[in-house]
Design a protein around this ligand. Structure first.
Ligand code: HEM
Ligand code: HEM
Length: 183
């Protein structure tokens, strides 16, 4: 008889948790890709506007996913890592996950406030559809939040880098099930 149900079910994050993880990853990667491509397009052109709007929309979907994801996480403890990790490793990964969630929540909110305080709305690429800003324009705050958004964007890169390095270390060096649990 097969003894795999333990490994197949208990040893994996739930399907929902895995979907949240990989969709968020794809959307964050898309947000970064688009913002890095934006300067290839001349200011004022429809293509540049669409790339920027794509950045906004990818980030807003990240924001929409994070609260249901956190709720799902609070209701379902992750499966154990086998063989078990040391307490310093658990503390480091706990801190990294906290920072990842903080960035997933904070970064899109900062971006949205930056756009709104600049007096702009959120538009759908290649259409005239615009959701107008509900806030009064405030140039100084727009500038400040914009630079914090840029700064958090840099910190987020490093946190993601640390997280990916950790995942690969577990898989390739420590040979445990950490990465397999989320795939
Ligand atoms: C996961 C979500 C997001 C990430 C990782 C992210 C990351 C970034 C990064 C790295 C930059 C470049 C900053 C710089 O060059 O100094 C940027 C710029 C910007 N982002 Fe985001 N962002 C996200 C979501 C959003 C959202 C949801 C909005 C608005 C709804 C937004 C609005 C902006 C704006 C207005 C800029 C400045 C663009 C320009 O130079 O004209 N971002 N973002
Ligand atoms: C934008 C990029 C990414 C973000 C924001 C992100 C975010 C997260 C978060 C918040 C968790 C914690 C899940 C929980 O609550 O237990 C997590 C877990 C995990 N992620 Fe990522 N992730 C990203 C990319 C990746 C990539 C590319 C890999 C693989 C190379 C990966 C591998 C893992 C693994 C193995 C876990 C489980 C860790 C554990 O339970 O100790 N992640 N990720």
């Amino acid at each position: 008889m097969d003894s795999s149900p333990q490994t197949d079910t208990a040893a994996h994050y739930s399907l929902r948790a895995r979907r949240f993880h990989w969709w968020s990853f794809g959307l964050v990667a898309l947000a970064y890709l688009l913002i890095n491509l934006v300067d290839l397009f001349e200011r004022g052109t429809p293509l540049r506007r669409a790339v920027l709007q794509g950045h906004f929309l990818a980030g807003l979907v990240v924001l929409a996913l994070v609260l249901p994801r956190l709720l799902n996480r609070l209701r379902n403890a992750p499966p154990p890592i086998v063989p078990p990790i040391a307490s310093w490793e658990a503390r480091l990964s706990g801190l990294t996950h906290f920072l990842l969630y903080a960035c997933l929540l904070l970064q899109p909110i900062l971006g949205l406030l930056t756009v709104w305080l600049g007096g702009r709305g959120i538009g759908i690429p290649f259409t005239a559809i615009q959701l107008p800003s509900p806030l009064t324009e405030n140039h100084d705050l727009h500038e400040q939040l914009g630079s914090i958004h840029g700064w958090v964007g840099t910190v987020f890169y490093y946190v993601i880098g640390l997280h990916i390095a950790g995942a690969l270390w577990h898989h390739a060096v420590r040979h445990d099930n950490t990465l397999r649990r989320i795939t």
